[in-house]
Design a binder for this molecule. Structure first.
Ligand SMILES: Nc1ncnc2c1ncn2[C@@H]1O[C@H](COP(=O)(O)OP(=O)(O)OP(=O)(O)O)[C@@H](O)[C@H]1O
Ligand SMILES: [Mg+2]
Length: 580
């Protein structure tokens, strides 16, 4: 085992070391009690029956019960402690992974599928508790047994012992080879397991599409492919693991055979006593049981390594750069200076040399054909992505320097695809502002023209919206998202087609509420007793829209076309005329 792996394993087990040590001690004591039971049988029977001290007979059951109870209790403690240490390792690693994932850059999630990340947290992690339950136990409890037994055998007759151990290097080589194969197969099985998880989650989220296109058999075939992959790789891993045990058994046979033959000859020629012979034979026979456990733990270690490598791969992914400069208020302007952005270093830029200043309190509308980069542009503001060239500044400070939490604290977005959590409507609206009262939640719902439909729901504001808010209509989801953004009451509001799923009448009303809030933030939470400084007056708003009605109150309209931004001045602009 190389040093880095050993160090990694020790680091993994360190937080649970006290539990592990007590568990190992219990294990050792339990073995001692077992030995005591075996050892006591002879003197107990001799004393009672041979020496005819029958008065001890009635004590015998109690002694046996006591010894078994002690052994059982110690075994219980060992198992409980070692397994709870393993489970703690799983729990802690899972929360560490989840926390790390939350802070990884948005970019990462474009490349890695959710199924793969889920599989890391759910499947890979469950393998690693074997580090504690198998690997450490084998190293601490079984390894010493090997040395003690071999020590006894060497002490009795070193040359005879050596003969029996001639094959040990072969054992080492085969364990290493098989171990490597186990690692490969387990890694492949884990990869297929990620695909399986991914396909399952896609089938569940895409169930309606699958049904309407009658593609159930096709999806199932794809699922079976991955499932078969997991099965094949795992059975191969099991085959190599069991082969490793078979090799140990063969070695045991060969070693005992050679001791019998070579030792037997020495007994015949009276070079050693039958006692020595029997003692070495017993030691060699006994040593192979711990050898088997250690060899098995070696292959287990290889499968655990495959899991640890994958987990570490996620944990080593850099998290977002936090930034240092805290910003408390937005005072002046957002400026984009020569901003170029490409999603992929080899791809053509989506945005090219954009220069744009958005003043505080301004309502800026962005229009442009589909796929032209409007959403991309606004996604740069909360630093979901970093410009490939140029810079974005808020009040003259580069976004890269700004403390990311304070930056995001100033922005609320209602994006094209609404994400709601499987929680109550109240919790969803209050998502960005956990301390707010029901009254404030109701105010936000009112502003987003959502109160009416919410109150018609069976549990009103306490209705649970289902996964991704699926129990609501598209327009209702949008209104909840608008309420959520308004309740955050941010100085910068980004509306990316925020009202696109609403009918004309609802849109007009929501738009009116939004217009009011865009123009004058003082109307907002202040009326509910939340104090705000002067910056509350005038919310900077960026609206992406296709409808003319949505942008008619904008101070300025810009169009994004072929990566460039240009100001739209006349209502007869061809891009505007496409907006009904
Ligand atoms: N995460 C991503 N990774 C790679 N390319 C992307 C990603 N998101 C968007 N793109 C590409 O960038 C371009 C601009 O996309 P964007 O979503 O900004 O368009 P949009 O103007 O908002 O369009 P729409 O009006 O349809 O919403 C598109 O060609 C799209 O394929
Ligand atoms: Mg878009």
């Amino acid at each position: 085992m190389d040093k880095t792996v050993a160090r990694r394993l020790i680091a993994l087990a360190r937080p649970y070391l006290s539990k592990v040590i007590v568990a190992l001690l219990c294990g050792l004591l339990a073995s001692a009690v077992m030995a005591a039971i075996a050892w006591l049988v002879k003197p107990a029977l001799d004393i009672i029956f041979m020496d005819k001290k029958y008065q001890y007979l009635k004590l015998l059951p109690f002694a046996v019960i006591l010894l078994f109870a002690t052994k059982g209790f110690l075994h219980f403690c060992q198992q409980y402690l070692i397994q709870s240490a393993g489970l703690s390792l799983i729990r802690d690693t899972q929360s560490k992974l989840h926390n790390h994932i939350l802070y990884m850059p948005v970019e990462y999630f474009d490349k890695e599928t959710s199924g793969i990340l889920i599989s890391r947290v759910v499947n890979d992690v469950t393998l690693i508790d074997k580090v504690i339950s198998d690997v450490i136990r084998a190293t601490v409890v079984e390894m010493p047994k090997i040395f003690i037994l071999l020590g006894i055998a060497f002490y009795r007759k070193w040359d005879l012992t050596l003969v029996s151990l001639l094959l040990v290097p072969a054992l080492g080589i085969s364990a290493r080879k098989l171990g490597r194969k186990v690692k490969q197969k387990v890694a492949a099985a884990q990869k297929n397991m990620s695909l399986l998880t991914h396909k399952l989650s896609e089938s569940i989220t895409g169930i309606r599409v699958i049904k309407v296109f009658n593609r159930e058999p096709y999806r199932n075939e794809r699922f079976i492919e991955s499932s078969l992959g997991v099965y094949k790789d795992n059975t191969k891993a099991i085959k190599y693991k069991e082969l490793n045990k078979l090799v140990v058994d063969l070695m045991t046979g060969l070693a005992i055979g050679s001791v019998l033959f070579y030792g037997g000859m020495k007994v015949v020629s009276a070079e050693i006593t039958p006692g020595d012979f029997a003692s070495i034979l017993t030691a060699i026979y006994l040593v192979f049981s711990p050898v088997k456990i250690v060899a098995e733990s070696y292959t287990t270690l290889q499968s655990v390594r495959a899991a640890i490598e994958r987990i570490d791969h996620v944990l080593e992914t850099p998290v977002e750069d936090k930034g240092k400069v805290e910003i408390k208020q937005f005072n002046d302007c957002i400026s984009l200076e020569g901003v170029t952005f490409r999603y992929n270093p080899d791809a053509p830029p989506v945005l090219e040399d954009i220069n744009l200043t958005i003043k505080k309190g301004e309502v800026l509308a962005i229009i442009g054909p589909s796929g032209t980069g409007k959403s991309t542009l606004v996604n740069l503001l909360p630093r979901f992505y970093v410009p490939s060239a140029g810079s974005i500044k808020i009040d003259g400070i580069d976004l890269m320097e700004l403390d990311i939490q304070s930056l995001r604290g100033m922005i609320a977005t209602v994006s094209q695809d609404i994400v709601l959590f499987n929680d109550t409507i109240r919790e969803n609206i209050a998502f960005g502002n956990a301390q707010c009262s029901l009254e404030q939640v109701k105010w936000a719902a009112d502003m987003a023209y959502a109160t009416e439909f919410i109150e018609r729901l069976p549990d009103g504001f306490d209705t649970v919206v289902g996964e991704r808010g699926l129990t609501l209509s598209g327009g209702q989801r949008q209104r909840i998202a608008i309420a959520r953004a308004l309740l955050k009451d941010p100085p910068i509001l980004i509306l990316d087609e925020a009202t696109s799923s609403l009918d004309n009448a609802s849109e007009a009303i929501v738009q009116k509420a939004l217009d009011g809030l865009m123009l004058d933030r003082s109307r907002s939470l202040q009326s509910l007793g939340r104090s705000r400084s002067l910056q509350s007056l005038g919310r900077t708003t960026i609206i992406i829209a296709h409808r003319l009605s949505t942008i008619k109150n904008a101070d300025r309209v810009i169009a994004i076309e072929n990566g460039k931004a240009r100001t739209v001045t006349t209502p007869s602009d061809p891009l505007l005329s496409t907006c009904p």
